[in-house]
Write a protein that binds this ligand. Structure first.
Ligand code: PA5
Length: 449
């Protein structure tokens, strides 16, 4: 097996080699703080050694639970928001057929999502769809008190019980939550649902390699053992014994901090395969919630190329020069499509005849990288040998480790998210939740309601 590879050559010219080398000490200290629990948020470091601590019995247990859902369901609804669904969706989408939903000879249940929004139309349409389906539910909430997933779970649990009866429904519901606290834990114990624990020391956005991610990924039919193996190999590669120059997580953390200092306030994650869209969504949450606080932090954005070259491409090439790009480059496609020769050549594409479509994509990628660098946009590149469980496992752990190091270099606590509470307080006050009476009065005065 190879390793995913970070290249930072196209950032030089914007920041110097020496300036990156100067991060050696702080990056190594930050990595050490993650391993020794001496930095900010040290109660939330369970993810650091998570891959290598996963044992065979744990994986077998998850696979067995997944097998029950796979045997009994046409559709499995994963209920969760933020870190409680993005990792699973990122991996499942990246590994699935792009037209998965339309396949008639499905070997695995379709995995759909709920509790990641409060759209009435979304929930209505989902409930309508499920009326004619054998479905199951994986309900995920670390706190067990988040409104969006709790609401979706109430609706869908009721529907499942009505369609299947309470006893059958109980076998088709699995929860992932805190080991003691929260309404979801109380409900799971009372109803006797199969439940996995998300340990106290693993925050939502660092939980993809826990049952939060592994169970839905196994239900979708993917090899969670290979995913974990990939993550273990990256855990070793980004470990304490690896020198700064060879540690991709430390290098990525260093270069993005130096670019930030030089005025590049926005990082755009770029992919050339639409099935990686949700890897970017997962990455945006990981970096946005981890670094965006204390009025600092790179703004994480994402584009899908070449699609977005015909929309955001203009801004990236010629807009304000406050951005840099990190390109996820997949070296080898999983399938081959050759451009056919056409005798009439009315479309003028015979110069491509016999070439793989991926070669065209790769030339678009290289051409774009050079154009953007020429236009004043530093480019970093992360090469994945191909899209499979192993390299995705490497990529996920690489981004997690780099995020921890990068947050410490920036000087923030990368493991809390105090800003997320502000909207909740107002929403509860507006909805009249018991305990929020003072806030309700204050909002009424402010909005003259
Ligand atoms: O990363 C995080 O901690 C958050 O994004 C959470 O995952 C998200 O808010 C959902 O929380 P919970 O799992 O408690 O419902």
């Amino acid at each position: 097996m190879q390793n995913i590879k970070l290249t930072i050559d196209h950032a030089y010219g914007f920041v110097s080699k020496t300036s990156i080398e100067n991060y050696k000490d702080i990056a190594n200290q930050s990595n050490r703080a993650l391993h020794e629990g001496t930095g900010k948020g040290s109660d939330f470091l369970g993810w650091v050694n998570l891959p290598s601590s996963i044992d065979d019995a744990h994986l077998t247990d998850i696979e067995n639970t997944a097998a029950i859902l796979r045997e009994n369901c046409e559709v499995v609804v994963v209920i969760g928001i933020g870190g409680s669904y993005l990792g699973a969706k990122a991996v499942i989408d990246a590994l699935s057929n792009s037209f998965d939903w339309l396949q008639t000879d499905r070997k695995s249940p379709a995995v759909v999502y709920a509790g990641q929004n409060i759209s009435e139309d979304y929930l209505y349409e989902l409930q309508e769809l499920l009326k004619t389906k054998k479905f199951g539910i994986i309900s995920i909430s670390k706190s067990g008190t988040t409104t969006e997933p709790a609401l979706a779970f109430r609706l869908l649990r009721t529907q499942l019980e009505q369609q299947q009866g309470k006893t059958a429904a109980q076998k088709l519901i699995v929860t992932v939550t805190d080991k003691e606290r929260g309404a979801l834990r109380t409900l799971a114990v009372q109803e006797g649902y199969k439940t996995y624990v998300l340990e106290d020391d693993i925050g939502g956005r660092y939980s993809v390699l826990s049952p939060v991610g592994l169970l839905p990924i196994a239900v979708a039919g993917f090899d969670i053992r290979k995913l974990v193996q990939g993550a273990v190999s990256m855990e070793q590669l980004c470990g304490l014994d690896t020198p700064f120059e060879n540690n991709p997580a430390a290098q990525y953390a260093a270069v993005r901090n130096e670019l930030y200092k030089s005025g590049k306030k926005i990082e755009i994650l770029v992919n050339y395969h639409p099935k990686l869209h949700f890897v970017s969504e997962w990455w945006k949450q990981l970096y946005g919630e981890s670094e965006g606080k204390d009025h600092v932090g790179i703004f994480p954005a994402a584009v899908d190329f070449t699609t977005d070259l015909h929309s955001m491409g203009q801004w990236i090439q010629e807009g304000e020069r406050t951005i840099f790009e990190t390109v996820i480059s997949v070296q080898e496609s999983n399938h081959t499509v050759l451009v056919p020769k056409d005798a009439a050549n009315l479309d003028g594409l015979n110069f491509l005849a016999g070439k793989r479509v991926d070669e065209v994509n790769k030339m678009a990628e290289l051409g774009t990288l050079l154009a953007h660098v020429d236009g004043g946009v530093p480019n970093l590149k992360i090469e994945l040998p191909r899209l499979n469980e192993y390299y995705l496992g490497q990529l996920l752990y690489f981004f997690e480790k780099a995020c921890g190091i990068s947050g410490y270099i920036l000087g923030v606590n990368p493991f809390d998210q105090p800003g997320v509470e502000a909207y909740k307080k107002n929403m509860f006050a507006l909805l009249g939740k018991p305990g929020f009476e003072e806030e309700t009065k204050a909002i009424r005065l402010r909005t003259k309601q």
